[in-house]
Design a binder for this molecule. Structure first.
Ligand code: FAQ
Length: 316
């Protein structure tokens, strides 16, 4: 008992003093569990997030646009890999996490259950979805768990390229023909509210936030980050010359912040429960990609085995 107390004291001492918790360190079960939950949901979001954009690689309007989109989607696969690896340091197998995703038991970000109907949607995803991801993920570079925090440094650098890539697509469309500008407006109309939902439920309805803040996994609450995102995005929409679809969005002189209209949490809950416009399609595409990739995993394992045998023979 005394030993457990001292281990627990050391854990809290590390958290209080901003010393990263590493895989080898003792940690409370609930801390480990919450990290596995958050990191695996994050990893799932990255690899499911490849799908709405992947649809547009062959339809991107120029070679330059194709290359940039291809690179972005590849980055997202990489983010999934860093994140699954970070979660594995906590004692869960990648296969188990993927089984949870494919069986529909694990969550991934609600945002990826919406359709990409036009090229402007690829701009809106980069601008808004990656913009929201940066807002939420830069503080995760200071997360108390070392492997997650370190993975997030590179992820955030890449997200910032993604955000610029998306904004530049929209800037080009907004400087183009009337029809192109209308496409950009239509994309903003459809992606604005789902992007605000990405930050998760309001603080009073967020069961995990308080404990995760105490453990310094999260540094800001869902509402704080959502507000920051609104502050950052409103002037960017003004530069594009398109209108955020919220009649209640207004600068509040007294608080110095933007007030915005109510979020449709019923829609959010439906999407998270599996009833969004594309949940079924996304999961099917993900499972197919996994099944189609089985031969690659088998070949990689066979090669690794061969190399291992070779090495053992040369030592003997
Ligand atoms: N969608 O108590 P909280 C990206 C769930 S990556 C679905 O507030 P927490 C890159 C939540 O899991 C985007 N479910 O939870 C990219 C919890 O469920 P549980 C993903 C959601 O963990 C860009 C329940 O609601 N980013 O975009 C959502 O403290 C472009 C109660 O919520 C991350 O994962 C949602 N939006 O805070 C890729 C970042 N929100 O498990 C391709 C890391 C909440 O209790 C293209 N994660 N839920 O049953 C986080 O920062 C946190 O996990 C939050 C949620 C903020 C997402």
């Amino acid at each position: 008992m005394e030993n457990i107390n001292s281990l627990e004291d050391r854990f809290h001492h590390q958290i209080d003093n901003e010393v990263k918790i590493e895989a080898r360190d003792w940690m409370p079960d609930a801390y480990r569990k919450t990290l596995i939950r958050q990191i695996s949901q994050h990893a799932h979001s990255e690899i499911v997030g490849m799908l709405p954009e992947g649809n547009w690689i062959t339809r991107a309007p120029s070679l330059k646009r194709k290359l940039a989109l291809l690179a972005k989607v590849q980055d997202e696969a990489g983010h999934g890999l860093y994140l699954y690896s970070a979660a594995e340091t906590l004692g869960i197998e990648r296969e188990e996490m993927l089984n949870q995703l494919h069986s529909g038991k694990a969550k991934y970000s609600s945002i990826f259950n919406y359709p990409t109907l036009s090229w402007a949607d690829i701009g809106a995803i980069g601008w808004l979805v990656d913009g929201a991801a940066i807002m939420n993920q830069v503080p995760l570079c200071r997360c108390s768990y070392g492997p997650y925090a370190r993975a997030m440094v590179r992820v955030c650098k890449e997200e910032s390229f993604h955000q610029r890539q998306g904004y530049e697509i929209l800037l080009t469309l907004c400087k183009g023909s009337i029809e192109q500008k209308e496409m950009a407006q239509d994309a903003l109309n459809r992606w604005w509210w789902p992007s605000l939902m990405m930050f998760g439920p309001n603080d009073d309805a967020s069961p995990n936030s308080a404990q995760s803040m105490k453990w310094k996994i999260k540094r800001f609450t869902n509402d704080e980050l959502r507000q920051r995102f609104v502050e950052m995005t409103v002037p960017q929409a003004a530069i594009l010359g398109i209108t955020i679809p919220d009649p209640l969005l207004k600068y509040n002189q007294e608080t110095g912040h933007y007030d915005f209209g109510p979020i449709d949490w019923e829609e959010f809950n439906q999407v998270v429960a599996g009833n969004g416009p594309c949940n079924k399609e996304r999961l099917e595409a993900r499972i197919k990609a996994h099944d189609d990739g089985a031969w690659v995993r088998e070949a990689a394992s066979a090669y690794a085995e061969k190399q291992k045998n070779k090495k053992e023979k040369s030592v003997a």
